[in-house]
Write a new protein. Sequence first.
Length: 83
Amino acid sequence: MEYVTVAQAKSTNWRNLITVISIMILVGAEVFGVAISAGWAIAGLFELGNIVGYALMGLFSLFALYILVNLWRRCVAVEPLAE
């Protein structure tokens, strides 16, 4: 009779974790900076007002969040966080 072995707890690969977090901070600051400044610039260029400017900033920030989630998935696929 064979028994199924219990999966061992995987240890965290700290070097990969620090690398992925560093990439996310760097790229996140850039992407959110571009998203917020693009919303502000488009609203100012076309004189759309503050409310539309904030809405554009929020919309572009959601797109930036989507980009960061995809980046996280790709980074974790290349740099596994558990050994």
